[in-house]
Design a protein around this ligand. Structure first.
Ligand code: ZN
Length: 855
C-alpha cells in the first residue's frame, strides 16, 4: 500500500485528513480537476500549483490514444512527461469509452469498442486497463468497473455490481506496482441499498488502499444520491480515503463532505468556464449577460485569485464570447474557487467550526432560506443543525432548483407519468364493470362501485401504468372521492397489525445483512459440511432454513447472504460465472439454493413477507388461523422439511455438478471466520433480539404478546443499541412501498367482504363448480394448479398474492374445500412458485443475476 491516511479532525461523520501519496501530501476534503491529454485546458502546471491543486486527474483513454502509455512510460511516466510534481490519479478508461463511444459494449471479458482511429474492434480488459495505468504511473489508479446509469433499474444494475466485484480481483492480480501506485476499488450497485451493501462489503474484504463511490451524478434524484453516499461512507473503513466520483457542484461537495467523503472530481468547473460561467459564493455568475458589459467589479470581490485581482467583469464579458483567453481566465478562477472551498472544508473541520461553515455556505447560496429538501434531509443525517438557514420554500420547484448550476436538469421534473395503454386498459376494466355490466340485484350499488374500483386497482397492479404504490393510492383516492368508502374505512388497514409486522420484518432482514450475522452462520455450516459438493449444498440449505424464521425476506437472504458465499466458493473452486466452468460447481449450488429457498420460506410463517400477507387476506375473508405461527409450522413442517432434504440430492442427480469434492471449502470457510474475528457486539445483539422475537412469535399468544408487539420490541432493541439506525429503516424503500400498496389492497378487500361482494362471488363460483359436478378434492387440485401456473405471468410473489390470493381463496371455499386448508395451501403454493422461472421472484432475480446459470 503506497499511501498513508491520517484523520486529523472530525465533526460527526465529516473528517479532515492528511493523505500522503508517493508524489505529494494532500489535505482532504479535496477537489481534483480533470485533465484530458495530461493537461487542464489552458492552464500551465505552474498555475495549477499556484492555485493550490494537490491532485489532478489524467484521462487514461485519451492518454492511451495520444501519445500512448508505452511512450509515456519510456519518457519516465506522466509526472515527468507533463512536468507535474504533485499527485496524479488516472481513471480506468472504461467510463470514457462507454460515455463517448456509442459502439461500446460490455462483456465479462471487458469493454469492447470500435477504435476511433481505424474502426477496428478493440477490447479493454481489467488487466489491460491496469497495465496502461501502470505505464502512466499515477499515484492513484482506478479499477475497471462496469458502469451503468443510476437512472436505469432492474437486473442490469445487479449484473454490473457483481461484475465490478469480479473485475476487481482481476485488477488486483494484474497490478504490478502496488508499492508505488494505489489501486482504488469502485462501489457500484445503483440506487439499491442491498446491492451497494454487498459491493461495499466485497471491496472492503479485499483491503484496498482506498475506495470510490461510483455510478452517481448521472441524473438520479438528489435524495437518492446523498443516501447512497451516506450509506457507502458508513460502510467503508475509517482509515481509508473515500472518493465520490464525478461530483463537482460546490453544494454536492459540501454535503458529501458532511457525510464523510474525502475526494471529488468533475469537469464541471472548467467546462462551465468555457461557457462563460464563473463560480461565486452566491452560486454562479454568467459573464455573457449584457449587464456585465459595463460592470467594473472583479468576478468575486472576496476571491484572492490572480484573475479577480487583475480583471473586471466587463473585460471578461468581452473575452468570453470571442477569445480562448476568456475561458482560460475563467477556468483559473473557477478552479481557485474549488481549491478555496476544499481548504475551507478542511480547516473548518480541523478547527471545530464545521457546522458554522456549512451554515454560512448555505446562507450565501440560499439567501431566501430555500435550502433544498434533500440538503436538509442530508444534514439531519450529518448531524448539522441548519434550521436557521431554512425558511419554508415558496414552491417545491424553487426549492429543488439549486443554484450553482446553469443548465442543470431540474430535480423535481415530473417523471414521464402514467403509461398510456396500461392506464386506459386498467380504467376501462373498472368503468366497464361499473357502467356496462348489469348489477346483480343482491349486490348493493355501493358494493358494486367498490368492486369496479377494486378491479381497476388490481388491473393496474398487473399492468403497471404507475408503480404499484402510486396506483394503489389512486385507487384509494377514487374510493374516497366517489363516496364509495368513508375516509376512515378506506385507510383502516394502515393501522393493521400484520401489515406493520411485515414492515418491521424488512428491517430485521437488514440487520442480518448489516451485522454480517447471516454470512457468519452460513460460513459455519460450510466449515462443518463443505468438504464435498453435496455436503456444501446441504450446509447452505440447512443454514437457510436456520436463518429463515428470523430473517423474513427471501430476497435479502439470497442477495445479502447466500449468493456472495456461493460466488466465492465457486470462484475458489475454479467455477466462473458466464463461463463453461460454471457447470463445475456454481450453477449447481445456485440452483439448489434457489429451489431450497422456496421450501425454507414455506416452512415458517415469518420466513417471507408474502406468508403474512396471505394470512392477512384470509382473515379479511373471515378465515382466521388460530395461533398462526405454530399452526403454520405444524402444517408446513412435514412436506417442507422433506422437500428441503430432498432438493440438494435430487438436483445432484438430475443437474449434476462436474466437481464432486471440494476439499478446500472448509479450510477457506475457517479462514474467513478467522478474518471475521470474534462475534461482534452487534451480532450478539442481533442474535439475542432474534431469539426473543422468535420465542415471542411461538409462545407469545399464551402471555398476551402479539406477533407485532414482539417485532416492535425487537426493532426497538436494535435501534436503542445502535445495530440499526433510523436511516437504515428510512432507506428500506421496499418496506414502505409494500406497506403503502398492501394496506390499500387489504383495506379494499376487507370492505368488499363487509359489503357482501365476496359471499355473492362465492355463490356464483359454487354454482359454476356444481355445474361441472367436481368433488372438493378435485376442485382443490384444479384451483391450486391454476394458481401455480398463472405465476408464469407474474414477476413478483407479493404482486401475485395481492392480485389473486383472495379470489382463489374464495373459489376454494365455494368449492367446499376446508377453510384453513385452503388458506394455508395457497400460501405454501405462493412460496413454491417463487422458484418457477428466472423472473418469478426477487430471489430469482438475485440468483440468476449471479450468471452461473443461463436464462
Ligand atoms: Zn477569482
Amino acid at each position: 500500500m503506497a499511501l498513508r491516511f491520517e484523520v486529523l479532525g472530525r465533526f460527526n461523520r465529516a473528517r479532515a485528513a492528511q493523505l500522503t501519496l508517493p508524489h505529494f501530501t494532500c489535505q482532504t476534503p479535496l477537489f481534483m480537476p480533470v485533465g484530458t491529454q495530461g493537461t487542464i485546458k489552458g492552464l500551465t502546471t505552474d498555475q495549477l500549483e499556484e492555485i493550490g491543486c494537490q491532485i489532478i486527474l489524467g484521462n487514461t483513454y485519451h492518454l492511451e490514444l495520444r501519445p500512448g502509455s508505452q511512450l509515456i512510460d519510456d519518457l519516465g511516466g506522466l509526472h515527468k512527461f507533463m512536468n507535474w510534481k504533485r499527485a496524479l490519479l488516472t481513471d480506468s478508461g472504461g467510463f470514457q469509452m462507454v460515455s463517448l463511444l456509442h459502439l461500446a459494449d460490455i462483456t465479462e471479458e471487458g469493454v469492447t469498442f470500435q477504435s476511433p482511429v481505424d474502426g477496428k474492434p478493440m477490447l479493454l480488459t481489467p488487466e489491460e486497463s491496469i497495465h496502461i495505468q501502470n505505464n502512466i504511473g499515477a499515484d492513484i489508479i482506478m479499477a475497471l468497473d462496469d458502469v451503468v446509469k443510476t437512472t436505469i433499474t432492474g437486473p442490469r444494475i445487479e449484473e454490473a455490481m457483481y461484475r465490478t466485484l469480479r473485475w476487481i480481483d482481476r485488477c488486483i492480480a494484474a497490478h504490478k506496482k502496488p508499492d508505488v501506485q494505489n489501486l482504488f476499488g469502485i462501489v457500484q450497485g445503483g440506487l439499491d441499498p442491498v446491492l451497494r451493501d454487498i459491493c461495499v462489503k466485497g471491496l472492503v474484504e479485499r483491503n484496498l488502499p482506498g475506495y470510490a463511490i461510483g455510478g452517481l451524478a448521472g441524473g438520479e434524484d438528489k435524495d437518492s444520491f446523498w443516501r447512497v453516499v451516506a450509506q457507502c461512507t458508513a460502510g467503508l473503513p475509517e482509515d481509508k480515503p473515500r472518493y465520490v466520483m464525478g461530483v463537482g457542484y460546490p453544494l454536492d461537495i459540501v454535503v458529501c463532505s458532511a457525510l464523510g467523503a474525502d475526494m471529488y472530481d468533475c469537469v464541471y468547473p472548467t467546462r462551465t468556464a468555457r461557457f462563460g460561467t464563473a463560480l461565486v459564493p452566491e452560486g454562479v455568475l454568467k459573464l455573457k449577460q449584457s449587464v456585465m458589459a459595463t460592470d467594473e467589479r472583479p468576478i468575486d470581490p472576496t476571491c484572492p485569485c490572480m484573475v479577480c485581482k487583475n480583471y473586471t467583469r466587463a473585460y471578461l464579458h468581452c473575452l468570453v464570447t470571442k477569445d480562448a483567453m476568456g475561458s482560460q481566465l475563467l477556468s483559473y478562477h473557477n478552479l481557485s474557487f474549488m481549491m478555496r472551498l476544499s481548504r475551507d472544508l478542511h480547516m473548518s473541520i480541523l478547527e471545530g467550526r464545521f457546522p458554522e461553515f456549512v451554515r454560512g455556505f448555505l446562507r450565501m447560496q440560499f439567501p431566501k432560506g430555500d435550502v433544498p429538501k434533500w440538503v436538509r434531509n442530508a444534514m439531519v443525517v450529518a448531524g448539522i443543525d441548519i434550521a436557521e438557514c431554512c425558511t419554508p420554500a415558496k414552491c417545491p420547484r424553487d426549492a429543488m432548483d439549486a443554484p450553482g448550476t446553469v443548465k442543470r436538469i431540474c430535480d423535481c421534473q415530473a417523471p414521464a407519468g402514467a403509461k398510456l395503454v396500461p392506464l386506459l386498459v386498467s380504467l376501462t376494466v373498472g368503468l366497464a364493470v361499473r357502467f356496462l355490466a348489469p348489477r346483480p340485484p343482491e349486490v348493493s350499488p355501493q358494493a358494486w362501485q367498490l368492486l369496479s374500483i377494486f378491479l381497476s386497482t388490481i388491473a393496474g397492479l398487473v399492468l403497471g401504468p404507475l408503480p404499484v404504490g402510486a396506483w394503489a393510492f389512486l385507487g384509494l383516492t377514487a374510493a374516497v372521492a366517489t363516496h364509495t368508502l368513508p375516509f376512515a374505512a378506506a385507510f383502516s388497514a394502515f393501522t393493521n397489525e400484520v401489515i406493520w409486522l411485515i414492515v418491521i420484518s424488512f428491517f430485521f432482514a437488514r440487520g442480518f445483512v448489516k451485522t454480517g450475522l447471516g454470512d457468519r452462520i452460513a460460513t459455519y455450516f460450510v466449515k462443518w459440511l463443505g468438504s464435498s459438493t453435496l455436503g456444501l449444498s446441504y450446509g447452505l440449505t440447512i443454514s437457510e432454513a436456520f436463518i429463515a424464521p428470523a430473517m423474513p425476506s427471501t430476497t435479502a437472504r439470497a442477495g445479502g447472504v447466500f449468493l456472495p458465499i456461493i460466488k466465492s466458493l465457486s470462484l475458489s473452486a475454479g467455477s466462473k460465472p458466464n463461463h463453461p466452468s460454471s457447470r463445475k460447481l456454481g450453477s449447481y449450488l445456485v440452483m439448489s439454493q434457489f429451489q431450497a429457498a422456496g421450501n425454507s420460506s414455506a416452512l415458517f410463517l415469518t420466513a417471507a413477507a408474502q406468508n403474512l400477507l396471505c394470512l392477512k387476506l384470509a382473515e379479511e375473508l373471515g378465515i382466521i388461523v388460530a395461533n398462526p405461527w405454530v399452526a403454520w409450522f405444524k402444517a408446513a413442517s412435514l412436506p417442507a422439511i422433506a422437500s428441503l432434504l430432498a432438493t440438494p440430492y435430487l438436483l445432484y442427480k438430475i443437474f449434476p455438478p462436474e466437481t464432486k469434492d471440494t476439499p478446500d471449502a472448509p479450510a477457506l470457510a475457517a479462514e474467513k471466520l478467522k478474518r471475521m474475528g470474534p462475534v461482534t457486539k452487534n451480532e450478539w445483539v442481533m442474535i439475542g433480539t432474534m431469539l426473543l422475537a422468535v420465542s415471542l412469535w411461538v409462545f407469545g399468544d399464551a402471555i398476551g404478546v402479539s406477533s407485532v408487539v414482539a417485532a416492535m420490541l425487537g426493532l426497538s432493541i436494535l435501534l436503542l443499541l445502535g445495530v440499526l439506525d433510523w436511516d437504515d429503516c428510512l432507506n428500506e424503500k421496499s418496506a414502505w412501498d409494500t406497506f403503502a400498496w398492501f394496506a390499500v389492497l387489504v383495506g379494499m378487500a376487507g370492505q368488499l367482504t363487509n359489503l357482501g361482494i365476496v359471499s355473492w362471488m362465492s355463490i356464483c363460483v359454487a354454482k359454476l363448480l356444481e355445474s361441472f359436478s367436481l368433488s372438493w378434492p378435485a376442485a382443490f387440485c384444479v384451483l391450486e394448479a391454476s394458481y401455480f401456473l398463472i405465476h408464469y405471468l407474474f414477476a413478483s410473489q407479493t404482486g401475485h398474492v395481492g392480485a389473486l390470493y383472495s379470489a382463489f381463496l374464495a373459489m376454494h371455499v365455494a368449492a367446499g374445500v376446508p377453510r384453513a386448508l385452503s388458506a394455508l395451501a395457497l400460501a405454501f403454493n405462493t412460496n413454491l412458485f417463487g422458484a418457477l422461472t428466472h423472473y418469478s421472484s426477487g430471489q430469482a432475480a438475485v440468483y440468476f443475476g449471479g450468471k452461473f446459470m443461463s436464462t
